[in-house]
Design a protein around this ligand. Structure first.
Ligand code: COA
Length: 277
């Protein structure tokens, strides 16, 4: 029986955390056109929900994602000619782009295999935590292509030149621990403790001012490509734009520190609950 598009992605919302998972465990969660379409629908639905404060992207079973589906994404779309190829590329790239500029903070929780095309959503997530047991690889060279779909760009964004070159040219995998040392992910912890660590990070993020969080994550992505002067200017404008959505937040942050002396910004966040809307 053919796989239902609906079933290729699982999601649930618990305590303001949206847990979204690649759900093709029998196929090591490789990304088919159906999965790519479904993923965009799911993240679109979750993006502005009031009960969602952070999104975690993970995988069912032993894989995070074994990259693009060699059969359904490559072979079968190539049979449809250039139009088919471009169409399915756009479906994949669309949800990665949506995640890169997502309204809510996003975390990749890499529980297992992460290959090739999986590097697109990996970079798209703001933060990434891996199981020490996970395996990361640019396997494209092993089956005769270059790391496309943004994967080469992800490698050079996150790794040193030498590491990116070695990783891409040899097709050798690294485990979660090495991925953390290399900067592909923030941290690696044993698989048994991975979810607990991610929940801890989510709980931290959920306490922050959400307007400031969105402005911050966009700023960190944008300024990397700017000169210092341009970045300085962009950051002034970005803060002023953020003020038009939430002009009271930072005033409250100042008030609780300077007047109430109820917290220290160097040691933690101000209490969002005390903010008058
Ligand atoms: N595309 C299509 N099918 C894939 C796939 C992919 N990227 N990755 C796994 N699968 C399928 C396998 O063909 C197999 O299907 P079958 O049960 O119908 O035979 C099923 O998923 C299970 O894979 P299998 O190889 O038996 O699992 P494993 O646990 O022994 O090995 C991997 C896991 C991830 C090491 C291995 O599946 C693999 O190398 N996958 C390709 C990774 C890759 O190069 N991705 C880059 C694409 S850009």
């Amino acid at each position: 029986m053919s796989e239902a598009e609906q079933d290729t992605v699982n999601f649930r919302v618990e305590n303001r955390i949206a847990w979204v998972s690649f759900n093709r465990p029998d196929k090591r969660n490789c990304m088919s056109p159906k999965l790519n379409r479904r993923m965009l629908d799911v993240i679109d639905e979750l993006e502005f929900r009031d009960d969602v404060g952070v999104l975690v992207l993970t995988g069912e079973g032993a894989a995070w994602s074994a990259g693009m589906d060699l059969k359904e994404y490559f072979r079968e779309t190539e049979e449809k000619g250039l139009k088919g190829v471009r169409h399915s590329q756009r479906e994949a790239y669309a949800w990665w782009k949506r995640l890169r500029w997502y309204q809510k903070p996003t975390i990749a929780m890499v529980n297992g295999w992460c290959f090739g095309g999986g590097y697109g959503p990996l970079l798209a997530c703001d933060l990434a935590f891996a199981a020490e047991e996970a395996q990361f690889g640019l396997s494209e060279i092993n089956w005769g292509i270059l790391p496309g779909g943004g994967a080469s760009k992800v490698a050079t964004e996150l790794l040193s030149f030498r590491r990116a070159m070695y990783h891409a040219m040899t097709g050798e995998n690294v485990d979660g621990k090495t991925a953390a040392e290399w900067g592909l992910v923030n941290e690696a912890v044993p698989l048994a403790g991975l979810q607990a660590r991610v929940v801890e990070v989510c709980e931290n993020l959920l306490k922050k001012n959400p307007v400031a969080l969105k402005a911050t994550k966009d700023a960190i992505r944008r300024v990397r490509e700017m000169t210092y002067e341009n970045a300085e200017d962009y950051l002034i404008r970005a803060q002023e734009a953020a003020n038009s959505f939430d002009n009271e937040g930072r005033k409250e942050g100042i008030r609780q520190f300077i007047d109430d002396k109820s917290y220290k910004p160097g040691l933690g966040e101000y209490d969002l609950q005390k903010q008058k809307s």
